[in-house]
Design a binder for this molecule. Structure first.
Ligand code: FMN
Length: 271
């Protein structure tokens, strides 16, 4: 298998855990933070150099997160490249593969392989400490062995099936909630900065005293990473969250390694 660029987007760590596991099982595979790549001068350097390009991301409102869509839309597409996508979800996936395939097809390529992995997570009403979480994650590992095997053999499995209308209805139903998302912060905040570290959109800055100050802009993915990772449970939102969850094997500093270094651009230019 030639080089594989594996881009991941992850809020609570599920998709990152999947990407890391696939990268371990597949030869020549580099897991790359998608939000981290977006702030580089050449976000697509790894993809340009690869024979396989993969995307791992959570299902957001029945499709891929907006940031993932934007990234793929701007990507230089090569018809001879093998493209695959693995989505993670808690209830059901829906339009994400159809949507990616549509973007790739416009440039003469296609989504060659797609797989969905059901994870533990807050949306699925599973509590971080529930035994069901461990059980679910053990099953995931077995599934990923099979998925890696199929990708390694460049299998084709995507047949353009989708529930387009259902996905559209989910998005209409949730659109207002996403647009009107508002954050709250209480006195439990220790000013540790984890919220800013895990935000894939770099939408959070800390005020002079290191306090939480979300910038509300269109960049917010409503992924709720800031809330799920807050070690003090100091953050809240007007969106109902059933329980706090993050993947047990992932640490917050692993999520967006390039975003973590605000000077990455400057460092790149001087090195
Ligand atoms: C804004 C938002 C929308 C979501 N929409 C769906 C959905 O439509 N279907 C579903 O099964 N899970 C949905 N989820 C749950 C995530 O897809 C799931 O928890 C995923 O594994 C999280 O991956 P991550 O930790 O890599 O971000 C949603 C989560 C968020 C934050």
């Amino acid at each position: 298998m030639g080089k594989c660029a594996l881009y991941y987007f992850s809020a609570t760590g599920n998709s990152l855990a999947v990407a890391l596991s696939l990268a371990e099982k597949l030869p020549n595979t580099e897991p790359i933070s998608l939000p981290g790549s977006m702030i580089l001068d050449d976000p697509y350097a790894a993809a340009r150099d690869a024979d396989q390009v993969g995307f791992v991301f959570p299902v957001h409102r029945a499709t891929m997160p907006e940031m993932v869509r934007g990234f793929i839309e701007q990507m230089p597409i090569r018809p001879d490249c093998y493209y695959f996508a693995v989505s993670t979800y808690t209830v059901f996936g829906c339009n994400e593969f159809w949507d990616i395939d549509e973007i790739l097809s416009a440039s003469g390529a296609e989504l060659n392989y797609a797989a969905s992995v059901k994870m533990a997570g807050s949306v699925g009403l599973q509590d971080q400490n529930s035994p069901k979480v461990q059980q679910t994650l053990t099953m995931v590992d077995e599934q990923l062995t099979e998925i890696a095997d199929q990708i390694g053999n460049r299998q084709e499995n995507y047949f353009r099936r989708s529930f387009k209308l259902l996905g559209k209805m989910v998005r209409i139903y949730t659109d207002n909630r996403r647009k009107n998302i508002a954050f709250t912060i209480n006195e439990k905040c220790t000013r540790c900065g984890v919220c800013a570290q895990v935000c894939p959109a770099q939408n959070i800055i800390l005020d002079e005293e290191g306090g939480f100050a979300p910038i509300r802009s269109d960049k917010c993915q409503a992924c709720l990473a800031c809330i799920h990772w807050c070690p003090a449970n100091a953050l809240g939102t007007n969106i109902n969250i059933h329980s706090h969850y993050h993947h047990p094997d992932i640490k917050p500093e692993q999520l967006n390694p390039i975003v973590l270094k605000p000077n990455a651009r400057a460092e790149e230019k001087t090195s």
